[in-house]
Design a protein around this ligand. Structure first.
Ligand SMILES: [Zn+2]
Length: 160
């Protein structure tokens, strides 16, 4: 899979798009969540490359249109398709590269280092692990990741 991280879009969403934010992070895109419109404006000013995603016209009105994108659907699957049309997110995604809770990159960690931190069965079954430097959460290609990948396949996204 192509890793185009350097040019990948940075997103900011309001709290009503929390589910979409988690998905975008899972796909590897930096996605900030800001609850009040003033903070979204500040974030966009400080990050000229960032795009504000909105599912409602009302929030959208506060923001410079060159830095915002209005989603038409309320369903995450459709929203991902819309974002793919606009930003080619499926081509540019980088799975298992970002913590879906903290929005920071996760780093490969040696299997020996995390033996005490994952269930024995998981430690036995997997060889590659990643850790979030902020919340210390451990990631591996387990059932949760498989289910997310299965959803992507159903969207027609070629994932390994
Ligand atoms: Zn984290």
């Amino acid at each position: 899979m192509e890793n185009d991280g350097a040019k990948a879009p940075v997103f900011v969403v309001s709290a009503n798009l929390l589910g979409l934010a988690r998905w975008l992070r899972f796909l590897g895109f930096s996605t900030e969540i800001r609850t009040d419109p003033g903070k979204i404006t500040v974030f966009l000013r400080e990050h000229p490359e960032a795009i504000f995603l909105s599912a409602g016209k009302k929030q959208f009105e506060h923001v410079d249109t060159s830095q915002s994108y209005l989603l038409h659907s309320n369903f995450i699957e459709d929203q991902l398709q819309e974002l793919n049309s606009a930003f080619e997110i499926f081509r540019r995604m980088n799975l298992l590269s970002r913590c879906s809770l903290c929005n920071v990159p996760i780093e490969p960690v040696s299997k020996a280092d995390i033996k005490q931190q994952v269930p024995e069965r998981v430690w036995q079954s997997f060889d590659q692990f990643w850790r979030c430097s902020r919340c210390r959460r451990i990631y591996w290609e387990g059932g949760h990741i498989e289910r997310l990948k299965e959803k992507l396949r159903r969207l027609g996204v070629p994932v390994g």
